[in-house]
Write a protein that binds this ligand. Structure first.
Ligand code: SF4
Length: 751
């Protein structure tokens, strides 16, 4: 094992090769091992990976893809292995590190470099005007937070952000603390990812979650994967697709980039995947123009109506809005498919043919759909397709928003939401005996704006890397710097930690891999995956430092310190017995009956559309909706940029500097462009350019790479390109930043 964590050589060694047409296989196994050995050494690698996603092990802290009922002994993917290695690393960002490196020096480093320094080991404090973080006691840290919160004129002057790694128990305790303190300012990473899905699904089918299980995926006869790159972002989904394929399913991939994972899957759990040719997945790939998805599904729905491929019995029995939708699609002007989608009419016909001929259709999607101005309407149009075909509430059929971070769905179930329903607040009040505030709080973008104009003075983050995840990096940095106090509960340092307020605190916490002993007993936590299955997670490794505290303990101890006896919640008893928190969850949140007992085997939360073909909308029916397509205006000479991840990246965590499937090695500052656009813009492959957005927002020095993507489209990695996403550019109705459709132009590099 190397003695020192890796450095970042910059892009000096950047190499551009050919994109791969298959995913996983031996290279994935080798990559998993390489990352594990570099961070953990051989013994720890073997021991830790053996516990990932196992019945009595810990839940992978990567994505929210569900576990199969029958577990393989290696129930993880390459990127799960990287996530585990990142957390279970033997490197330490301890007091010596912070004494050596000033905040200004750390800030000059890349996100990759900062993240690779290792685990935080004790609470650290950056005093006003100081250049270095210094150790502080837990008591001192809690006291500082309590004093700053007490000094606010209103509880609404604080905002409390949650990342999707936070367990159900910590999330429930946090929202209880924040609401008992007096605010609904509970922004979370959902605001930046699947908020659009939640809004569209709640409006149309009554629940803001997907309607399928893992078994449904395996039994579908048609799987349409839209705006999603499972090979990198949800790799074990490929196993489920392979199973469905083996049963005769057709798979359609709709994406501006042809991603390796949906082309061919070399399953590393099978001999055929390691030494054979693997499994071809997508039968049809539609290389759609960025933001063309709504027009595509409208065109499909129009064709379904024209050929009367509608499940009329289902529509009559369960749906409202059919006549209006029919009139809109059949009597309105026809959709100019090539102009809006970049696809041919034949391609739309081919998709329609598959949809019309399917008896069990599932549509899966991710950020490629949710981060546009018209995301909610786009997802509603997909719901139209599913409802017109009667594809909900039966095995092998339904809607599948694929969640990114491992417990992002569970955190929302637990009440991490700035816009809680009255019903949720009523139950919380009954369960916990205090009156929560009723006025809605601030989401991510609203919190940034409130920090910028001084309405919010305290920023508290339960995990995550807020600065690198949020849009408009410069504005977000100014927002954080303008706070009186910023607090980050974290396992490792990241860029947000060196962009703090007047006072800044780092509170080091246990990771999923680590043993959590409180009240003299080992505790376990629970999480909810993308398909509403709830299960336990228990770490086994010795904590990275004796000073670490669990997220649950930090929240509860802080709540006790801040609130005193203002509410009758037994915070310190909760901190020592997470079962008591689960009892409270059972009282407050439907679907968690016998929570402690049922956690042993895990259980799936109820879904009225899936379980009973019942829709809890205001009308009691599933709603077909009329959606108006308004394309993003892209002036001549401009491009539409999507920000995306590399294969060595999970959300804002940069595991490495390669993007193997796209043929990019040892660097990240690349912009992928259609070769004809490169010519038309007078560029050359390999040229170094700046990407320039609205108001001269600029991301500097990207190498031009010719890539198979539609004309007018560009792609580049975040967080490097987040600076180009204007704070005010958010999806209608959901407020999600429009990170997948950013109008830019390119200029010769300025520096
Ligand atoms: S698919 Fe997701 S949850 Fe599963 S091992 Fe990979 S990263 Fe982890």
């Amino acid at each position: 094992m190397p003695k020192h964590p890796p450095q970042d050589p910059g892009d000096s060694g950047l190499e551009i090769g050919s994109p791969s047409h298959h995913a996983a296989g031996v290279p994935a196994v080798l990559s998993s091992l390489r990352h594990g050995l570099r961070e953990m050494g051989p013994v720890r690698t073997a021991r830790t990976l053996a516990l990932v996603n196992q019945d009595d092990g810990f839940d992978c802290m990567g994505c929210a893809w569900p576990d199969p009922a029958k577990r393989h002994h290696a129930e993880f993917c390459e990127n799960g292995a990287k996530a585990v290695a990142e957390e279970a690393t033997k490197f330490r960002a301890d007091r010596a590190f912070f004494a050596q490196w000033s905040v200004a020096d750390i800030e000059r480093q890349s996100d990759f470099w900062i993240g690779k320094r290792g685990r935080l080991t004790e609470p650290m404090y950056l005093a006003p005007g100081a250049g270095h973080y210094e150790p502080i006691t837990w008591d001192g840290a809690y006291g500082l937070i309590a004093d700053e919160l007490a000094a606010l004129d209103s509880p609404d002057e604080a905002t409390f952000y949650t990342s999707g790694r936070t367990s159900n128990e910590a999330a429930f305790a946090l929202q209880a603390f924040v609401r008992a303190f007096g605010t609904n300012n509970l922004p979370d990473c959902s605001n930046m990812c699947h908020e659009s899905s939640g809004v569209a699904l709640t409006r149309t089918v009554g629940i803001g979650k997907g309607s399928v299980t893992l078994e449904d995926i395996e039994h579908a006869d048609l799987l349409i994967v839209v705006g999603q790159n499972p090979g990198t972002n949800h790799p074990r989904m490929l196993s489920a697709l392979e199973t469905a394929k083996g049963r005769g399913a057709k798979i359609v991939s709709i994406n501006p980039l042809r991603e390796a994972g949906l082309s061919r899957f070399d399953n590393p759990q099978k001999l055929k995947g390691l030494v054979g040719r693997g499994t071809k997945l997508a039968d049809l790939h539609l290389s759609i123009r960025i933001n063309g998805d709504m027009a595509l599904f409208q065109a499909v729905n129009r064709r379904l109506l024209e050929r009367d491929a509608v499940d009329h019995a289902f529509v009559e029995r369960h749906c409202g809005g059919f006549d209006a939708l029919r009139a809109h699609l059949l009597e309105g002007p026809p959709i100019d498919v090539p102009a809006t989608t970049g696809l041919s009419d034949d391609e739309v016909d081919a998709l329609t043919e598959l949809v019309a001929g399917s008896e069990r259709t599932i549509v899966c999607w991710a950020m490629g759909l949710t981060q546009h101005r018209n995301s909610v309407a786009t997802i509603q149009e997909i719901v139209n397709t599913i409802l017109l075909r009667g594809m909900i509430g039966k095995p092998g059929a339904g809607l599948c928003p694929v969640r990114g971070h491992s417990n992002v769905q569970g955190d929302r179930t637990m009440g991490i939401w700035e816009r809680p329903t009255e019903a949720f607040l009523d139950r919380l009040q009954t369960a916990l005996g205090f009156a929560p505030p009723r006025e809605h709080g601030l989401d991510v973008v609203e919190s940034i704006k409130a920090m910028l104009d001084g309405r919010v003075k305290v920023f508290f983050a339960m995990g995550g890397n807020f600065l690198s995840a949020a849009p408009d990096t410069n504005a977000t940095a100014a927002a954080l710097r303008g706070c009186r106090l910023t607090v980050h509960v974290a396992t490792k340092p990241n860029r947000s930690h060196v962009t703090g307020g007047e006072h800044a605190l780092l509170l080091p916490t246990l990771g999923r891999t680590e043993r959590d002993v409180r009240g003299g007993r080992e505790q376990r936590v629970s999480v909810e995956d993308s398909m509403s299955a709830v299960h336990g997670s228990r770490g086994r490794l010795a904590p990275a430092s004796k000073e670490l505290r669990s997220e649950v303990a930090i929240v509860c101890e802080l709540a006790d310190r801040v609130l005193g006896d203002r509410v009758a919640v037994p915070w310190l008893e909760w901190a020592d017995d997470y079962g008591l928190i689960r009892d409270a969850i059972e009282r407050a949140i439907p679907g968690f009956d016998d929570f402690n007992a049922r956690l042993v085997d895990g259980f799936t939360l109820p879904s009225p559309p899936r379980d009973e073909v019942r829709f809890t909308t205001a009308s009691g029916r599933a709603e077909l909706t009329v959606n108006h397509f308004v394309p993003v205006a892209v002036p001549e000479g401009r491009l539409l940029l999507q920000t995306l991840r590399s294969h060595d990246q999970y959300n804002t965590t940069i595991y490495g500097l390669n993007d193997r499937y796209r043929g990019i090695k040892a660097g990240r500052r690349v912009v992928l462009l259609n070769p004809e656009d490169i010519d038309a813009l007078g560029l050359k492959e390999g040229a170094i350019v700046d990407l320039v957005g609205d108001d001269e927002r600029r991301a500097q020095r990207f190498r031009v790479v010719a890539y198979d993507t539609p004309r007018g489209c560009a792609a580049a990695y975040y967080p490097e390109t987040n600076a180009l996403v204007p704070l005010d550019s958010v999806a209608d109705d959901s407020g999600t930043p429009t990170s997948k459709s950013v109008v830019i132009h390119v200029e010769p590099a300025s520096a």
